[in-house]
Write a protein that binds this ligand. Structure first.
Ligand SMILES: *[C@@H]1O[C@H](CO)[C@@H](O)[C@H](O)[C@H]1NC(C)=O
Ligand SMILES: *[C@@H]1O[C@H](CO)[C@@H](O)[C@H](O)[C@H]1NC(C)=O
Ligand SMILES: *[C@@H]1O[C@H](CO)[C@@H](O)[C@H](O)[C@H]1NC(C)=O
Length: 274
């Protein structure tokens, strides 16, 4: 999808070429941690990478760690093509084990970083054992409205995992009255922060869709938190004042809010590709 916010001249440029054209104010500084390659916008050294991702990643004994206020996570993978990181929280429930007692990190980032890092829209958070008083269930009398399937992933199927056999009875009722459901699936947009303390939940699981084709069965799902590093892939700007074909990449990882302020501040034509 290509959005043209404001334009005089439209440049069609090839993506691979642009991807190697960094803006002046950032440095690429490729580095490695274990078998993970760190490249722009991520970096380990100060002064490298995009400012939105500073003090975020640490390499400890060849293990890449991701640190945000809700906790530290192991980075399983960085997908530069999809602009995403896959995180692992050892206290997250999976199909093989259910972790209760509110030990899971969940996911919450600093306010200033929220536009740079957000769980992917096809990532489902399955909140487990939340109290009836949980903010999750407030304002929806009569039904558990916020609970839904995300990208075909949800609690109905998750509760079929073998790990639940040892936990006991399962409730995923859609009608209030018999208490809250044992598991409630939501997308990140619905809650903005997965904070087990605030949501009064015992645990959580998180899974995402890797393929366009839906994988059958919760034992085949990918468990982890898939976080996207912003929406806008490429921002191509053309200075209106210049007559030549003088386009440049403004900032590979700017987010939409930033683009709007840039548009107001400068007379530029901006093309955004998603
Ligand atoms: C989670 O919520 C609790 C209670 O509201 C709060 O004290 C804590 O700071 C929150 N944690 C994060 C990481 O936002
Ligand atoms: C890195 O190595 C681990 C095993 O040590 C493997 O599970 C993982 O898939 C590898 N990751 C990448 C990005 O190659
Ligand atoms: C979620 O998907 C399952 C299996 O496809 C289906 O049975 C269930 O009704 C769906 N739940 C919601 C809340 O849409």
């Amino acid at each position: 999808m290509v959005h043209l916010l404001f334009t005089t001249t439209l440049f069609i440029a090839s993506l691979p070429l642009l991807a190697h054209t960094y803006p002046n104010h950032v440095k690429a500084c490729r580095s490695y941690c274990g078998n993970i390659t760190l490249d722009y916008p991520f970096a380990l050294q100060p002064g490298c990478g995009h400012p939105g991702f500073r003090d975020l990643l640490f390499c400890i004994n060849d293990v890449l760690m991701f640190h945000i206020p809700s906790g530290s996570y192991r980075v399983l993978n960085i997908d530069y093509a999809y602009q995403s990181l896959t995180l692992h929280d050892p206290y997250m429930s999976t199909c093989d084990s259910i972790v209760l007692g509110g030990r899971g990190n969940g996911f919450a980032v600093e306010h200033w970083r929220a536009s740079y890092l957000t769980p992917a829209s096809d990532n489902v958070f399955m909140l487990i054992g939340c109290s009836a008083e949980s903010p999750l269930f407030q304002g929806f009398p009569g039904k558990h409205l916020p609970c839904q399937n995300v990208s075909g992933l949800g609690c109905e199927e998750y509760l079929g995992c073998p790990a639940w056999d040892v936990i006991g009875p399962k409730r995923v009722g859609t009608v209030y009255g018999s208490g809250p459901p044992e598991c409630c699936a939501v997308g990140f947009d619905a809650i903005r922060a997965v904070n087990l303390t605030r949501l009064e939940c015992q645990g959580y699981s998180s899974a995402y869709n890797v393929a366009p084709v839906r994988i059958s069965g919760p034992d085949g799902w990918s468990y982890g938190i898939r976080v996207r590093s912003c929406n806008a892939l490429i921002i191509l700007s053309t200075n209106m004042a210049s007559s030549g074909h003088n386009s440049r990449v403004l900032d590979l990882y700017d987010c939409l809010d930033d683009i709007q302020s840039k548009l107001k501040a400068s007379h530029t034509a901006v093309m955004i590709m998603f």
